[in-house]
Design a protein around this ligand. Sequence first.
Ligand SMILES: NC(=O)c1ccc[n+]([C@@H]2O[C@H](COP(=O)([O-])OP(=O)(O)OC[C@H]3O[C@@H](n4cnc5c(N)ncnc54)[C@H](O)[C@@H]3O)[C@@H](O)[C@H]2O)c1
Length: 339
Amino acid sequence: MPNPPLTLGLIGAGRIGRVHAEHLRCRLPEADLIAVADVDEAAARACAGQFRIPVSTADYREILADPKIQAVVVCSSTDTHTEVIQAAAAAGKHIFCEKPIAPDLVRIDQALAAVHRAGVLLQVGFNRRFDANFRRVRQAVVQGEIGEPHQLRITSRDPAPPPLEYVRRSGGIFLDMTIHDFDMARFLVGSEVGEVYATGSVRVDPAIGAAGDWDTATVVLKFVNGVVGVIENSRRAVYGYDQRVEVFGSGGSINADNNYPNAAVVSGARSIHRDLPLNFFMDRYLESYLQELREFVHAVQTGGPSPVSGEDGRAPVVLALAARKSCELNRPVRVADLG
Ligand SMILES: NC(=O)c1ccc[n+]([C@@H]2O[C@H](COP(=O)([O-])OP(=O)(O)OC[C@H]3O[C@@H](n4cnc5c(N)ncnc54)[C@H](O)[C@@H]3O)[C@@H](O)[C@H]2O)c1
């Protein structure tokens, strides 16, 4: 007998909340999204109307008070995550929470303690782990297809910088952008990072520098198992969203290239070219957003474990804080020194 669908509520009906709403309503028969909350009541109503969600409210506590709802998907602004996680855990709801849990470790630890006390399942929204190409790279590492891993390279460049107002509130490039790459690095290598050396520069827009951030960064990671990794970030790649990884090892290497909207190659007298890669994360990672929710529902229905645990949510924040400190001090920083 298949399980009855998991009953869910959505908290936060903004950009990513609507992506998850569509997947839960239209592409995951094992899920039943029955309510949506957003402090912006019009946003909640619009989302409910678009995806035929029966209930909309401005107060997420109404969702937590509904005994029919077994799990929540938290897509509200980052500064609300720990409050919502603690309230949801106290109400006995399983929790999918968008990344990051929070930009600071004290609040993360409070939220994780509440989850632990309540015995509910928490999955953090590091969706790139669910991308089919990156999964294949991880599989190659696990199965020893490239021998012992020695080096990791992650290239992660956005097509264009976000608005300045967003940059000012983002917590900086390492917490906002590199955080996905820190998660990918831990996922692909399967080891913790012991030391971080980061350097940043302003090469794209002086206004980003004036806002106290960097728009160009390179991070060197020394993993506890001896692997050395490099992450390259830029806020602007003129050819579009540049998302590639390579793991090199004693027996070879495996790499994942960018995803393209088509596979056509135009050959002419002077050059051979193709169209640009998929433009940004909503296109490039769409299937991974679906797969992470599919696996969340499965984990809840089968009693776990969480595919991306609270600890997996915490570790990239530690690495981001270490990178920022390294950049400011202009020297390597031991991760253990940050707790
Ligand atoms: N995994 C990814 O690739 C990815 C992509 C985008 C965003 N995110 C994360 O998702 C979260 C939301 O980002 P977004 O781009 O959708 O932002 P957004 O601003 O478009 O949406 C956030 C929504 O939350 C609502 N909200 C704020 N406080 C609330 C509360 N207390 N209760 C209910 N609703 C509340 C806002 O009104 C807004 O509609 C952020 O934490 C962000 O880091 C993750």
